[in-house]
Design a protein around this ligand. Structure first.
Ligand code: 9D3
Length: 242
């Protein structure tokens, strides 16, 4: 897979791509990541990428021409051009999984007050937001998308890790423990030390259901639940008899 990013702040990506799993994916040649300075496609001695908004108003708008030239040069066959924008479709685990199947993802990052509408209308196949909060640009969202996509590529995670993702099972994860067996006056639950794999699996499922019910009950509506899960949920919803 090829991932390309077009930005006026290419330096922001250095740390993310130098360390951790994204770096490992790039080294393993699972994917090639290219970060491209939009100014390369800007004109004039000052390589200007923004301009005043027609109709007036505060703030600058990013010019269309540099984006069109960048995409003309960088887009590969079957590639998807995605504008990072607060008005985009919400980014979720299933969007990440969809992007991970493509031969190329080409992310365009905006700055200032926004991007000329022609970029959206005539250049982009998709538009993504990472959530309902206002950031200063599309760079951090692009890093979020790249991180979520890269870890789904074959050979990046330990076998089976992605399948266990809380958003893949539709539930939040329950508590996890490592050594020591007792710390801060809190003991590791006995079942986890028991060696009874069946009991451990049942306990983990129950704790995942408990945590989801407490914190994200909205997830239960679309989680794939068994009859036994529903019985446990009913029990957990029942106020304890004292
Ligand atoms: C004053 C202008 N804004 C009205 C609320 C529009 C605006 C344009 C560009 C606001 C923020 C930005 C910069 N953000 C992004 O480019 C962005 C973003 C975000 O801010 N939140 C969540 N996801 C994304 S993806 C790109």
């Amino acid at each position: 897979m090829k991932i390309d990013v077009v930005t006026i702040f290419p330096g922001m990506f250095a740390g993310v791509f130098a360390e951790g799993m994204v770096a490992r994916a790039a080294q393993a040649a699972t994917c090639t990541i290219g970060v491209h300075d939009l100014r390369r496609w800007a004109e004039g001695r000052h390589q200007v990428t923004d301009d005043y908004a027609f109709g007036g108003g505060p703030g600058m708008v990013m010019k269309p021409e540099p984006f069109f030239r960048a995409v003309g040069e960088l887009k590969a066959p079957g590639g998807r051009v995605i504008l990072m924008s607060p008005q985009g479709r919400p980014f979720t685990q299933s969007v990440a999984a969809e992007l991970a199947t493509l031969p190329q993802v080409l992310l365009l990052c905006g700055r200032y007050e926004g991007v000329d509408e022609r970029v959206r209308l005539a250049l982009c196949d998709d538009e993504i937001s990472i959530g309902d909060y206002v950031l200063t640009g599309g760079e951090l969202p692009a890093m979020v998308v790249i991180d979520a996509v890269v870890r789904l590529l074959p050979g990046v995670l330990a076998e089976g890790s992605a399948e266990g993702d809380s958003f893949a099972t539709g539930l939040l994860e329950g508590p996890q423990y490592t050594r020591p067996r007792e710390f801060a006056g809190i003991a590791v639950p006995e079942v986890l030390i028991s060696g009874d794999h069946g009991a451990v699996a049942r306990w983990r499922r129950r704790e995942a259901l408990r945590r989801t019910l407490e914190r994200r009950p909205d997830l239960l509506a679309s989680a794939p639940l068994t009859e036994e899960d529903r019985r446990i949920l009913a029990e957990l919803s029942q106020p304890p008899v004292i």
